[in-house]
Design a binder for this molecule. Structure first.
Ligand code: ADE
Length: 225
């Protein structure tokens, strides 16, 4: 997979991809992440990327010209499966959408700032608008980092133990059951006996029950779906 990120703050986005699973995914060739600084595509002498909004009102708007220049350039080089805009008024990100996006070859992600981008960018270039939740961040970069992390770990081969993505919370519509490791007792707090029983079918059944109970308690909405 190739991901092209359009941002005015590339430095804000580099560290989440420079360690652990995300770095390994790049080293192993599962994903290439390219940053494009929108400011480099501004043609005015101050390298402005924003302007006052028509009709008045507080807050600047990201201009269409530099963004159109980057997108046109990238589209002339390859075909994109999706051109995504990170925005609080987009479709709220869920595991199902992450699964779908993890199967794509080329994704472009535009990170918004200020009051957002000129609506014509959204109408004419963007194919999908994604929100990571009902709150407003100071820019789309952190949201894009969340999206990319959630997608990249699902690319086959990225996680060492393939089953560990399959047993994530949400993958089967339920939250994940509790997990424990050594020691079997700490401060008098014990690991449930069943996990030490060595009986795989009992353990499996216990995990299913726990996953169901936890979902019923914490996210009953998932059971309604
Ligand atoms: N940009 C600002 N807030 C955001 C959010 N909640 N999701 C996606 N992009 C955003």
């Amino acid at each position: 997979m190739r991901i092209d990120i359009l941002t005015i703050l590339p430095e804000l986005m580099k560290s989440p991809f420079s360690a652990s699973i995300m770095q390994r995914a790049q080293d192993k060739g599962h994903v290439e992440i390219h940053f494009h600084n929108i400011r480099d595509y501004s043609t005015n002498k101050h390298k402005n990327v924003d302007d006052y909004q028509y009709g008045g009102g507080a807050g600047m708007v990201m201009s269409i010209e530099p963004i159109a220049r980057v997108i046109d350039q990238l589209k002339s080089e390859r075909t994109y499966d999706e051109i995504i805009y990170m925005t609080p008024d987009g479709e709220v990100l869920e595991q199902g959408l992450c699964n779908q996006l993890s199967l794509k070859n080329n994704l472009m992600i535009l990170c918004g700032h200020y009051k957002g981008v000129d609506e014509r960018v959204r109408e004419h270039y963007i194919t999908k608008e994604i929100s990571i939740g009902s709150f407003v961040l100071s820019g789309g970069e952190v949201a894009a980092s969340v999206l990319i992390d959630a997608i990249v770990r699902l690319i086959p081969g990225v996680l060492n133990d393939e089953t560990s993505a399959l047993t994530d919370s949400f993958q089967d519509g339920l939250l994940a059951p509790p997990v424990y490791t050594r020691p079997p007792e700490f401060n008098g707090w014990k690991v449930p006996d069943i996990l030490l029983s060595g009986d795989p079918s009992k353990i499996e059944k216990w995990r299913e029950e726990q996953a169901f109970e936890r979902t019923k308690q914490r996210r009953p909405d998932l059971l309604e779906e």
